[in-house]
Design a protein around this ligand. Structure first.
Ligand SMILES: *Cc1c(COP(=O)(O)O)cnc(C)c1O
Length: 424
């Protein structure tokens, strides 16, 4: 079997790209060693939590209606709490996405007159309408509820701890951090960097709730935000912790007190976490968490390949193949709409689902610019499965993430490289 002939015949990959990819793969092997060790450590962390809580078939039984006494649901909360270094957790298939999980944290904790400070610059696009930075008055944003917002921009890609501490006043109830770069051209923050800033905030006032948007960061390092003092962290189950298996959902981890308050917003005061039928989703949520460290490792290796290949094609990449990674996102600065769209079309072509569709830029709900997206996933919009997207604005950066298996991601990455090379 000649694998290169196979790539040429099935995907039309050119000799040039095959050669560049072979070179890049040598670097992937070299630099993926750390990620491999982290994967093993995190896999054991998850396995240990499963063992401790004696997970068994009974935890997969579906509850219906009110969902009282759903031991699978309640035990999964405890497993998440242990894995994420937290006291407590809420893991629900009924949280519609990461944005809602994050919004639940804001609405659960903040009250009229309070201030929330964003410590890592402008938050992810979809949170702008939650905060009230964009969108209609009267839609129920934090601003509508008289919750003030302040923002501390990053300084040289780092948290500006001096400025952050300086803007804490008596109304400051919460400081919010974002671990991942989101749609911006910067390195993502490490858990330790966030921990340092949390310590500085707590030194001013230990009652301030430190929240971390953990999207795309889960299992990339050997620590999670609550391990370094965060009171709350949240993310999406169709990203890292769902392991490509969860069909929908979000999670929140944190202190007992914070989780209780968030649970009253998730359902309503008085009910909190007592209700919520799992409807048979528990099995997927357990299985997804079990696989997550390994799937994240596949995604990291795939992202490293993107980095290595596009670096060799002459594009700026962030992070570089040798850089320490703190999330699964790989950014490539493509410099033109044509190349950005073609990058996504190439990734789509190498996806297992919907490989025959051709991505176009569109106005996506919650996003400010038009966005082009490659999404060829078993679960709609699941970006731990292979995906790529980018806002149609200067400097036309493609954000690549995921890849359930490195081997299949490689075909997609080579196709994207071939498509982009044709429009250089
Ligand atoms: C994905 C993501 C979110 C939430 O997005 P959803 O599409 O609502 O899940 C929030 N913050 C960051 C940094 C993200 O990557």
């Amino acid at each position: 079997m000649d694998i290169n002939t196979f790539y040429k015949n099935t995907y039309g990959i050119s000799d040039g790209i095959l050669k560049i990819t072979a070179e890049a793969e040598k670097d992937v092997e070299k630099y993926a060693e750390t990620a491999k060790q982290i994967c093993e450590y995190n896999s054991l962390k998850v396995l240990g939590a499963f063992n401790k809580h004696k997970i068994c078939e009974a935890h997969f039984y579906p509850s219906t209606g009110y969902g009282y006494d759903d031991s699978g649901r309640d035990t999964l909360d405890m497993v998440y709490a242990d894995v994420f270094g937290a006291e407590d957790a809420l893991v629900r298939h009924s949280i519609v996405n990461g944005t809602q999980a994050i919004a639940l944290c804001f609405y659960g904790i903040l009250r009229p007159g309070d201030t929330v400070v964003a410590a890592t610059g402008r938050p992810y696009d979809t949170l702008e309408e939650v905060i009230g930075l964009r969108g209609d008055n009267g839609n129920g944003s934090l601003k509508d509820f008289c919750i003030n917002y302040k923002e501390v921009p990053l300084k040289d890609d780092k948290i500006d701890i001096g400025a952050l501490v300086g803007c804490i006043d008596k109304n400051c109830k919460m400081v919010a951090f974002q671990r991942s770069k989101g749609y911006s051209w910067r390195n993502s923050l490490s858990v330790d960097e966030i921990g340092e800033a949390i310590a500085a905030v707590k030194a001013v006032n230990s009652d301030i709730i430190c929240f971390v948007d953990n999207c795309y960061g889960e299992f990339v390092e050997d620590k999670e935000p609550c391990d370094v003092g965060a009171d709350l962290a949240a993310g999406s189950l169709i990203k890292n912790p769902g392991g490509g298996i969860c069909r929908s959902g979000g999670y929140i981890v944190g202190t007992k007190k914070c989780i209780e308050l968030v649970s009253y917003r998730m359902t309503c005061p008085g009910i909190g976490r007592e209700c919520g039928a799992s409807l048979g989703e528990n099995r997927f949520m357990y299985q997804g968490l079990f696989l997550a460290p390994h799937i994240v490792y596949q995604g990291i290796k795939s992202a490293m390949l993107v980095s290595g290949v596009f670096d060799r094609l002459g594009f700026d990449v962030m992070p570089k193949i040798c850089d320490k990674r703190t999330d699964i996102i790989q950014a490539v600065r493509l410099g033109s709409e044509d190349r950005l769209v073609n990058f996504c079309r190439g990734i789509q072509k190498g996806a297992p689902i919907d490989s025959f569709v051709v991505p176009e830029a569109w106005d996506m709900p919650g996003y400010e610019s038009k966005v082009v997206m490659a999404a060829g996933a078993f679960t709609q919009g699941s970006s731990i499965e292979i995906s790529a997207d980018g806002p149609i604005r200067e400097p036309y950066i493609a954000f690549y993430q995921g890849g359930l298996t490195y081997e299949t991601a490689k075909a997609a990455v080579m196709t994207a490289a071939d498509y982009v090379k044709k429009c250089i």
